[in-house]
Write a protein that binds this ligand. Structure first.
Ligand code: PHE
Length: 341
């Protein structure tokens, strides 16, 4: 038995030393020290002996067992360490490697301009008040004092959905809805898409964006309107810009004006068509009839309103001479605005 044990220990030590993975070592350990492993079998064989001989042999086998367990443990630690180092080498992550740049989306120039305009008016105390893009003739025309036979109400000019519903032709429907639901005094801004049956060309599009402004309070005058719009023009076109009012006509404002901003050029250019002035929006004092139509007493309250064409301002600021490019989704054009906020 002693000889068997010696042989077993010798070959086990050799096997342990040549094993080079923890998985193999585990299998070897089971085959020697496991339940039916060779050392365990030797211990079982002690039953054939008795007395002092059994006790002596037992001690020898147990010593050999402890020695082999230590040998396994030591090897196990070595192999674990080796394997950790190997995987650290193999899985090394090089964070300095350059990755190809992904194309990221960005806000459209019209959205950028719309946000810029809204932010300006919000700082002045205006609140954003959204109104629907599909509305009734009542909100888009009737309440705004646009008479039934007004050319704008013609099928040729406005996209009708059925007999009474249409795609709003301006954001002024927001004026009516605000006046009917918000208690004066208030200042609201109604931004969004508007639709007109227009053939697309350099200055027209069947769909474009407007921002409507409406202020209702006591004792408002054209001076207040001019103050607000002049500051708006300075914010967009620069502090030295001034504005001028030209008499105009809108059924919902009285008096009505067309507002021009001073062009940056001193002696006339393509943008201002040599006049030194650029038309930027329509505005006026809210017509008394409209105040009354919307349930606001014209004896107590006054109001002013304006409608800004966002594409127009975008074109002027960026020197764009054909607005169709804003709707063509040409990445070469749009990517020029990627870093703008
Ligand atoms: N709704 C007018 C338009 O679309 C603009 C406007 C708004 C004019 C408010 C006066 C007051 O042309």
């Amino acid at each position: 038995m002693q000889k068997d044990l010696n042989n077993l220990v010798q070959s086990a030590l050799v096997d342990i030393s040549v094993t080079d993975s923890t998985a193999q070592l585990y299998e070897l350990r089971v085959s020697i020290l496991g339940k039916s492993g060779s050392i365990t079998n030797l211990l079982k064989g002690l039953r054939e002996f008795s007395g002092e001989q059994r006790a002596n042999l037992g001690k020898v086998v147990n010593d050999a067992k402890v020695m082999l367990e230590n040998a396994f443990d030591t090897k196990q630690t070595q192999l674990k360490l080796k394997e950790i180092n190997q995987s650290l080498q193999a899985e090394k992550l090089d964070l300095s490697i350059e990755r190809p740049l992904k194309q990221v989306g960005a806000s459209h120039p019209v959205t950028l301009m719309s946000n810029r305009i809204v932010q300006f008016f919000v700082k002045l105390g205006f609140t954003v008040y959204h109104s629907p893009e599909i509305d009734t003739e009542y909100y888009n025309f009737e309440a705004l004092n646009v008479v039934a036979d007004h050319p704008a109400r013609d099928m040729q000019d406005t996209f009708f959905i059925d007999d009474t519903h249409l795609l709003r032709s301006h954001t002024s429907n927001g004026q009516v809805r605000a006046m009917q639901s918000v208690k004066p005094p208030f200042s609201i801004l109604s931004p969004g898409k508007v639709y007109r049956a227009d053939q697309p060309d350099a200055t027209h599009s069947p769909q474009f964006h407007q921002i409507e402004g409406l202020v209702i309070d006591k004792n408002l005058s054209m001076c207040d309107l001019k103050f607000v719009l002049e500051n708006f023009a300075k914010h967009i076109f620069g502090q030295t810009t001034s504005i001028r009012f030209r008499p105009s006509y809108f059924p919902f404002t009285e008096p009505s004006v067309e507002v021009d901003a001073q062009c940056k050029c001193n002696d006339g250019c393509k943008v201002c068509k040599g006049t030194g002035w650029i038309e930027i929006l329509g505005a006026g004092m809210v017509n008394k009839k409209v105040l009354e139509n919307c349930g606001i007493s014209s004896k107590v309250y006054t109001g002013f309103a304006f409608g800004i064409g966002v594409e127009r301002i975008t074109d002027i600021v960026n020197g764009i001479d054909d607005m169709r490019i804003l709707f063509e989704n040409d990445i070469r054009f749009l990517s020029q605005f990627v870093n703008c906020v």
